[in-house]
Design a protein around this ligand. Structure first.
Ligand SMILES: Cc1cc2nc3c(=O)[nH]c(=O)nc-3n(C[C@H](O)[C@H](O)[C@H](O)COP(=O)(O)OP(=O)(O)OC[C@H]3O[C@@H](n4cnc5c(N)ncnc54)[C@H](O)[C@@H]3O)c2cc1C
Length: 415
């Protein structure tokens, strides 16, 4: 009998398993993947995420894998551009964009080193329940093709957007917001571009340097353009860069060489899922998913994995009833993540909402507020505080925004 079984071993699952195993609990973490394993996801990790890795003793290990630090960012929509970087967040002065083959394998190794039992190529098919209705284990098909049952005091679903655990425990979904877009991305040599996230006329690209001197280049468009885009993916991809930044489009055409196939994905809807119940919890994308535009999924998976592990420890150690402790985790996650969720959904339409236009028009004239803007993006300043009317009034005063342009909240009917 395990103390905890964790289903899913990537950004949310391995940290939960590692942190509990380090506290001495008997933990099993299973994944149907075999690591190192890629997944369709770009991989910018913000400062708040790197701070978790540092606290877990894993940041230096990541740094030695050769993923370069990034210390400048551009965000633009149309001709409105803000450039700069965050203040240090929990002492972290960089962001990094590690390949998921590297990052996820590092996390799995760390869970294993901590003493968690790791079963790869193990697909969970069902959640087992005790006679009093509590989750008490899993039924899974292991690498040898045999169906096995594993018992535990508690089951954690860290199994992503289409979580099997969520389905089997009947977790309800709330705050669903339809997904707006789709993505194509790949890895290029011959480019030396800073991190940037640029949009024009509902066409967007983002770029970030990663391992092996490669640049990850990502194109996003609204779903209605998907069919036409994929009819000529290569040409459509280039056309977006040409449209948004003709100079970079020319640079890509003349110097860039695509080194890997395109990855493509139509986004899943944005949602929250009920993330606690008798004997079970959900963490990472299984419990809360949003458009990748703000690149906060990995960072949030780390942050809330740590919170869940702490609350599970309270429960397992007898400091609090375990279901209450885990309910507290879910409450705090919902409270702390709603600002990022709302902002992400608003931006995912690829049209800058009027409030953002007013605010960014002012921000670009204030080095102090530029740093605050990028600190918010990096997870070091709550978006609710950034968009608080008092903060915005201070910004407008500092840069002398005319009264008619001082938008303090989203106009009725807009995001
Ligand atoms: C296109 C795209 C771009 C993104 N870009 C970024 C970015 O730049 N920065 C960022 O922070 N976030 C980004 N994200 C979000 C990020 O990928 C997720 O938030 C993050 O991967 C969530 O981690 P997770 O561990 O919760 O789930 P996942 O990474 O989805 O891992 C779930 C794991 O569960 C396993 N699993 C599922 N079902 C079962 C089962 N039945 N049995 C056994 N195992 C199972 C899977 O094999 C998988 O390994 C992006 C997402 C997408 C789609």
């Amino acid at each position: 009998m395990y103390d905890v079984i964790v289903v899913g071993a990537r950004c949310a699952g391995s940290p939960v398993a590692m942190l509990l195993a380090r506290r001495g609990y008997r933990v099993l973490v299973v994944d149907r993947a075999h690591f190192p394993s890629d997944t369709v996801s770009t991989h910018l990790v913000h400062q708040a995420g790197l701070a978790r890795l540092r606290d877990w003793g894993l940041l230096d290990r990541l740094r030695t894998t050769g993923v370069p630090p990034l210390r400048h960012m551009y965000f633009s929509n149309g001709d409105l551009e803000v450039g700069g970087f965050a203040d240090p967040i929990e002492g972290i002065t960089e962001v990094r964009c590690p390949r998921r083959t590297v990052l996820d394998a590092l996390l799995v190794d760390a869970a294993r080193e901590a003493g968690a039992e790791v079963l790869e190529r193990c697909a969970v098919e069902d959640v087992l329940f005790t006679t009093d209705g509590r989750a008490g284990g899993i039924r899974a098909r292991t690498a040898d093709g045999v169906e096995r049952e594993f018992q535990a005091r508690f089951v954690v679903g860290a199994d992503g957007v289409n979580s099997t655990v969520a389905e089997k425990v009947g977790a309800t979904v709330y705050r669903t917001m339809p997904a707006a877009g789709f993505v194509y991305y790949s890895y290029f040599s011959g480019l030396d571009w800073d991190y940037q996230n640029r949009t024009r006329d509902e066409q967007q690209f983002a770029t970030c340097r990663t391992h092996d001197d490669l640049t990850m280049l990502v194109v996003m468009r609204k779903k209605d353009a998907y069919r036409q885009f994929r009819a000529d993916a290569e040409g459509s991809f280039q056309a977006v860069i040409d449209h948004v930044r003709p100079d970079l489009g020319a640079d890509l055409r003349s110097g860039g060489r695509r080194e890997e196939p395109f990855r493509a994905l139509q986004y899943a809807d944005n949602f929250y899922r009920q993330s606690h119940g008798p004997g079970w919890a959900l963490v990472g994308d299984a419990g809360y998913h949003k458009d990748p535009l703000t690149a906060r999924g990995i960072t949030d998976a780390f942050v809330y994995a740590e919170l869940l592990a702490e609350q599970l420890h309270r429960g397992l150690s007898g400091a609090a009833p375990i279901d209450d402790a885990v309910a507290d985790y879910a409450r705090r996650r919902d409270r702390d993540s709603i600002g990022v969720f709302t902002m992400t959904v608003a931006l995912s339409a690829l049209t800058l909402p009027p409030l953002f236009t007013a605010v960014l028009s002012a921000v670009r004239h204030s080095p102090r507020f530029q740093r605050r803007f990028f600190t918010m993006a990096g997870g070091g300043y709550p978006s609710e505080e950034f968009f608080d009317p008092r903060n915005l009034a201070e910004l407008y005063d500092e840069v002398g925004t005319p009264p008619a342009e001082r938008l303090l909240s989203a106009p009725a009917g807009s995001s």
